[in-house]
Design a protein around this ligand. Structure first.
Ligand code: 13P
Length: 252
């Protein structure tokens, strides 16, 4: 379903103690909103986030998971474990996981299918490097990522997913994509989903933009029809998150 969304990807930040201190400050600023808010914390801080968010409608997300329920997979975390402690969303296929941990579309595909099997909402990420953009291949690249990540995913499950266009060159740089670039990437996600599942599905999925979103540029991104919200890295670690939420509320 299409939802106005603001999500935070804390990455490898916010140990449990800091998490509690931060959420104590942040929560009064965001708890009344009717937006779809998701806080994606590192595994060891998830329980603290769950406790702090009790009684609110804010969702708790993880940043990764493995594609098996249990077994001899040293160091991995399964969807069963995430569900049990109150996680509802999981970021999958973030470019940092692809770059540093060798995740491929095939692996992400397995994870998406497994997350859906357990009723977790996959937040599937895609986005091109500067080189691919420079070569004029950004759209084809996004298209292929989405196609491969969604192999074997049923139509009724696709609309449960959230997709995020995160051009690698815009992540952590402070220089976000322009309005046109963000729109183009998000539209390409919808176009690919349309070619696989039809326009009703593609019009109904939530598509976010991520890459240096903050309260200074959110006004240019959120009015765009094809973009339902933002996935915030850096700005999700400060009170700027609350300012971005307020800006998202301004646009229907
Ligand atoms: P920044 O907002 O720090 O650019 O990070 C974006 C991101 O990677 C969200 O997943």
């Amino acid at each position: 379903m299409r939802n106005r969304t603001v999500a935070a990807n804390w990455k490898m930040n916010m140990p449990p103690k800091e998490t509690k201190e931060f959420l104590d400050k942040l929560l009064p600023e965001i708890r009344e909103t009717d937006l779809n808010l998701i806080i994606c914390a590192p595994f060891v801080s998830i329980q603290t986030v769950v406790d702090c968010l009790k009684g609110t409608k804010i969702h708790v997300g993880a940043q990764n998971m493995y594609f098996e329920d249990r077994g001899a997979y040293t160091g991995e975390i399964s969807p069963v474990m995430l569900k049990e402690i109150g996680v509802s969303h999981v970021i999958l296929g973030h470019s940092e996981r692809r770059k540093y941990f060798g995740e491929t579309n095939e692996i992400v595909n397995k994870k998406i299918i497994k997350a859906l099997e357990h009723g977790l909402v996959p937040m599937a990420c895609c986005g091109e490097s500067l080189k691919i953009r420079g070569d004029g291949l950004a759209k084809q690249y996004i298209h292929r990522q989405i196609m491969e990540m969604l192999q074997g995913v049923r139509k009724e499950d696709v609309s449960k997913c959230i997709f995020s266009y995160e051009p690698i060159w815009a992540i952590g740089t402070g220089i976000g994509a322009t309005k046109e670039q963000a729109e183009e990437g998000c539209m390409e996600i919808r176009r690919c989903i349309e070619s696989m599942y039809g326009s009703e599905t593609s019009n109904n999925v939530t598509v976010l933009y991520g890459g240096s979103v903050n309260s200074s540029n959110a006004h240019t991104i959120f009015p765009i029809q094809d973009i339902d919200g933002g996935l915030l890295g850096t700005a999700g670690l400060s009170m700027d998150f609350a300012r971005v939420v307020k800006i998202r509320e301004e646009y229907k």
